[in-house]
Design a binder for this molecule. Structure first.
Ligand SMILES: CC(C)(COP(=O)(O)OP(=O)(O)OC[C@H]1O[C@@H](n2cnc3c(N)ncnc32)[C@H](O)[C@@H]1OP(=O)(O)O)[C@@H](O)C(=O)NCCC(=O)NCCS
Length: 171
């Protein structure tokens, strides 16, 4: 039985900051096993970074979402970034205690619908390292297809695969 109850997928707001920081802190070590660590700098200057995200959202460069639990804690983050000319990159991470329950798959599918309906996007891109099997499955489950090798610079120097999802077709 999962030990969490999902409230909603919410657009990132200023008042999510404390819960987002708690989520990033609690899962830092867990995330670093599969993706690049954000570094001490991120945690030392969290407020600046957070405010920059909010500015990115206002200018339309990014659209950040947080999956919020009934108790207000953050269960996961699902992001559209580098939005340009109808396309965007996708990034996501879920808390350790949430993993393995289909949450990332369902929420990336929801993010794809939001990308098309709310943000008017037509294509999404994502990259994941070869070792990140769970993330590859999330993308394929959500209708992404592998289109070639990813730039290792986008994956902390690791080899991986670039994926793409056409939002103008059902998926
Ligand atoms: C990748 C991640 C988002 C997956 O989240 P999740 O909610 O556990 O994903 P789901 O439950 O939807 O599982 C998707 C698939 O991966 C499988 N899976 C989950 N964890 C796995 C693991 N550690 N190893 C192998 N497969 C795994 C599931 O069984 C499921 O497979 P299925 O489609 O055959 O049923 C989560 O592990 C995470 O946040 N990792 C750290 C950050 C990260 O890697 N982000 C992605 C960057 S590209």
């Amino acid at each position: 039985m999962p030990d969490f109850v999902i409230r909603d997928l919410e657009r990132l707001r200023a008042d999510h900051a404390t819960a987002v920081l708690a989520f990033e802190r609690a899962n830092r070590e867990y995330f670093a096993r599969s993706i690049s660590d954000r570094g001490d700098e991120f945690f030392d200057h969290f407020d600046d970074r957070y405010n920059a995200w909010l500015v990115d959202q206002e200018t339309g460069l990014s659209a950040y979402y947080v999956l919020v639990a009934e108790d207000g804690s953050v269960l996961g983050r699902f992001n559209l970034y580098d939005i340009d000319d109808g396309s965007a990159s996708v990034g996501y991470r879920v808390a350790r205690h949430v993993a393995g329950h289909g949450v990332a798959t369902a929420t990336v599918q929801q993010l794809c619908r939001l990308a098309a309906d709310r943000h008017g996007l037509r294509t999404l891109r994502a990259a994941t390292s070869r070792q990140n099997v769970a993330s590859q499955k999330v993308l394929v489950n959500a209708g992404f297809v592998a289109v070639g090798a990813a730039d290792p610079a986008d994956l902390g120097g690791k080899p991986g695969t670039q994926y793409r999802r056409d939002l103008t077709t059902e998926g």
